[in-house]
Design a protein around this ligand. Structure first.
Ligand SMILES: Cc1cc2nc3c(=O)[nH]c(=O)nc-3n(C[C@H](O)[C@H](O)[C@H](O)COP(=O)(O)O)c2cc1C
Length: 192
């Protein structure tokens, strides 16, 4: 059986980001589970704000094609999103919007979303842990016809969530992360 490769995408560029930290903890869990894992930064895929005129004039930016191809070389994708005003941050929404516009030869547009499962997680200093951003992200990915696994993690009080070894302190958070990792691996394997 092929071991799936998992891509982890944090939706923040901020120094000290809670979501980058959670993405790192998730990547560690995937590695512990014995699967290949790549954690990227959207800083490496700089994209202009989506504008239909820009696309008509210059096409889809190379970085959007690169991001789509990066997704395409993995069997499952975990997106770790901050919550901005009860939704996903523009950085992440813009990246998804551009990727949905990529048209490769021999491929239907948006195929990259349909062919692999997605998992979602969020971290926030608030009590809700980014639950509303998760709902928004699930809706966006579902609109892209992606399979979004049921397990998810909303990490509350993220500024106090880790010990000095960068491990999650709350056993319930650890369990939720492990369940998400296990389910994404299982579904990725089934969809290969
Ligand atoms: C424009 C803006 C809106 C925000 N709205 C919310 C919100 O609705 N819910 C919430 O829990 N946190 C909200 N926050 C706080 C972010 O969750 C917090 O800044 C978080 O640390 C961002 O994620 P990061 O640490 O990964 O960069 C907001 C922050 C910004 C800048």
């Amino acid at each position: 059986m092929t071991a799936p490769r998992i891509l982890v995408i944090p939706g923040s560029l901020r120094t000290g980001s809670h979501n980058v930290r959670l993405a790192a903890a998730a990547a560690h869990e995937f590695a512990q589970a014995g699967v290949g894992v790549t954690r990227i930064s959207l800083a490496d895929f700089p994209l202009p704000l989506y504008d239909g005129d820009l696309q008509a004039k210059s096409g889809v930016p190379k970085q959007a094609v690169n991001l789509k191809r990066m997704m395409g070389t993995h069997h499952g994708v975990l997106i770790v999103t901050p919550e901005y005003n009860a939704s996903v941050p523009p950085l992440l929404k813009n990246a998804i919007d551009w990727v949905t516009r990529v048209q490769e030869p021999q491929e239907a547009r948006g195929q990259v979303f349909r062919e692999r499962p997605f998992a979602i997680a969020a971290a926030s200093e608030g009590r809700l842990g980014g639950t509303r951003a998760l709902a928004a992200l699930r809706l966006i990915l579902s609109a892209c016809q992606a399979t979004v696994i049921a397990s998810q993690l909303a990490l509350s009080f993220a500024d106090q969530a880790y010990d000095e070894m960068d491990r999650l302190k709350n056993p319930a958070d650890t369990e939720a992360l492990k369940a998400l990792v296990r389910q994404l691996i299982d579904v990725s394997q089934r969809m290969i």
